[in-house]
Design a protein around this ligand. Sequence first.
Ligand code: AMP
Ligand code: MG
Length: 487
Amino acid sequence: MKRLTDLQFDNRFARLGDAFSTHVLPEPIDAPRLVVASPAAMALLDLDPAEADSEVFAQLFSGHKLWSEAEPRAMVYSGHQFGSYNPRLGDGRGLLLGEVLNDADEHWDLHLKGAGQTPYSRMGDGRAVLRSSIREFLASEYLHALGIPSTRALCVTGSSTPVWREKQESAAMVLRLAPSHVRFGHFEYFYYTQQHEQLQVLAEHVLSSHFPACQEQAEPYAAMFREIVERNAELIAKWQAYGFCHGVMNSDNMSILGITFDYGPYAFLDDFDANHICNHSDDSGRYSFSNQVPIGQWNLAALGQALVPLVSIESLRESINLFLPLYQAHYLDLMRKRLGFTRAEEQDGELIERLLQLMQQGGAVDYSLFFRRLGDLPAAEAVQVVRDDFVDLIAFDAWAESYCARVASEGGSQQARRARMHAVNPLYVLRNYLAQHAIEAAERGDYAPVRELHAVLSRPFDEQPGMERYAERPPEWGKHLEISCSS
Ligand code: AMP
Ligand code: MG
């Protein structure tokens, strides 16, 4: 295991040059202190978890110190925000510090968010607040633990530096890890500024660094786009199956790797509501829960447009048309697993649709706990336990009868069914009110709650004695928290 000072860098993106990013030094925050670190994320860099307790750790992740091999850069990109093209975005408050090469020969981008102003800050102060940094940290590590691809988070560093949002808050930094920070918007920037040579340089970089298998194909860029479509279809299927609302699916917040990227006012559904809008500035509901599917495809079309100089329109179209069927297949597969089925049957789609319609009617069904409770007991008993939460009991009983028949047709023991279901249905859910409790404590200088919440959520499927309060249904007020979009 390594010490922090032993990290090795290989800064491939920085080497692309000044057309792609600008050298900027981090601007330190005052009196830095470690709020929370992720041992699992540290392991990606082969770091000894004890390094988190060293003084140099908080200094490196608060802009006070830098590895001599690091090359901090602000990346340029643009993108479609709420459907309109914004020609110039870029890293306004985050810096790509460099790419760490680990013992497994993997490159990991070190991205420090909240590192001060850059040429892309526009009117912003270049900072991130403690609240939003904790939210990004918790979500990154929780989605990963659920099996949903995401950027990772190494740590959050707090400070005494004041930051003004709706009220005065304090600045923090979150250290984000990902194999790449290239977004759909990177390609859009070079396409719309008509820098087609640079567009190709970027495509070549992404292809050789992240899609090496596509290089063997007859049309490597076309193959790469197709794989980006496939990965995003699978990612969004996972969001929908687990009730995750991203909230700001602008094309600059979409990763070319098909991983969840840029956390804002996200939410996991408490009660099931297909129309849920977690972002309070999303007046039209463009990014509502159920719209995430068509918006995913819309964003892929925006990326496809930017690739027109490199890939034939027919091929782009063909790949975009794969999105919905691929999404549907992944979604059905995940929902079957959540319901405990081991094989596919023709009527499964209808069974799932009926269940969601019953949940949509209201009542007291908790979307996540429903699946967990369903696996606890044999199907016939479990449906009786969850029954009372539904509104239309006659329709529920009809559904339950179909479900129990479907379970019986599978055979197998309840013990095996329970183990199978509990391995995919989390007991612990990152609910907004749980994050809010931890944030309020951290704002008072007490980091124990956020550390405990992170630890519990890093094993969401395992019953953890003494942690029952994290597995409870949310209180009514907790379901209606307004999460500030400012960050
Ligand atoms: P986001 O809403 O976080 O995805 O950010 C959208 C764009 O605004 C990106 O280009 C960010 O870098 C930039 N941005 C967001 N907040 C700030 C800030 N406080 N200072 C400077 N730029 C920011
Ligand atoms: Mg963003």
